[in-house]
Design a protein around this ligand. Structure first.
Ligand code: KIV
Length: 264
């Protein structure tokens, strides 16, 4: 079987084929997701909440990310894996290089960093040292204490300008993929059309090249309410395999996300 690589993801964009990604944190789910059509998996620092029971991603440590990246790689040897660099693990170039190499050696194909301007030099240095980077702008959960609460991004003129600028600069610095989280859908459309690199949206409407959801939201097993931009695909299905297949199908056929999962 062929391993999915970055060129396959670029082909999705050039062929206008939407793709579905999902978070995973262990080998069993990673294997099941791959067996039912998922090609891109994120080992997200959302594991701080979904696995560890914290209120945010802030407490997640490098050793947690290394452990879960290794677990997912064992379960999904053919998937394209993106692993999150956790809070404060990339605050300077030296730490970013050291920590990103640990994730790559644990089986990641790419690392994900949150932020705009302040990470441009770090992105450049990772890139020239053969570590591909996925950017993440819009709602960046590692900055939750700066926002106060999880809010939709890109409503104000100043935010629109800043987000377009950040996306453009990140692409110029060498980012290979870009996650757009909770960005109003018209703006995520503008950013997706402006960039050559593929965008992956979560709560950012249907125009992004790919979609990503946290696995617990797709399966409706989140404590409390699932976010309004997510969908419980298990609800009307007989099992997890069918729910995952439906998620992949709905993304590829542009049925998900629907207007009710997006923000205007
Ligand atoms: O950590 C995570 O799961 C993420 C997604 C929400 C994109 O960053």
């Amino acid at each position: 079987m062929k391993k999915i690589n970055i060129n396959d993801i670029y082909q999705f964009k050039s062929k206008h084929k939407k793709f579905a990604a999902i978070t995973a944190y262990d080998a069993t789910f990673a294997n099941l997701f791959f067996s039912h059509g998922i090609k891109v998996i994120l080992i997200g620092d959302s594991l701080g909440m979904t696995v560890q029971g914290h209120c945010s991603t802030i407490p997640v440590k490098m050793e947690d990310m290394i452990y879960h990246t290794k677990c997912v790689r064992r379960g999904a040897p053919y998937c394209f894996l993106i692993a999150d660099l956790p809070f404060m693990s990339y605050f300077n170039v030296k730490d970013a290089l050291k920590n990103a190499s640990k994730l790559m050696q644990s089986g990641a194909n790419m690392v994900k960093l949150e932020g705009g301007d302040k990470i441009l030099e770090i992105v450049h240095q990772l890139n020239i040292n053969s570590i591909p980077v996925c950017g993440h702008i819009g709602l960046t959960p590692q900055s939750i204490n700066m926002y106060g609460s999880y809010k939709i991004q890109g409503k104000k003129k100043s935010e629109i300008k800043r987000l377009i600028n950040e996306a453009t600069l990140l692409e110029k610095s060498g980012v290979k993929l870009l996650v757009l989280e909770c960005i109003v859908q018209n703006l995520s459309k503008v950013i997706t059309e402006k960039l050559k690199i593929p965008t992956i949206g979560i709560g950012s409407g249907s125009s992004t090249d790919g979609q990503i959801l946290v696995m617990h939201d797709i399966l409706g097993i989140t404590c409390g309410k699932i976010p309004s931009f997510a969908k419980n695909f298990l609800l009307n299905n007989s099992g997890i395999p069918e729910a995952i297949e439906l998620y992949v199908q709905e993304v590829e056929n542009k049925h998900f996300p629907h207007a009710q999962h997006s923000f205007n």
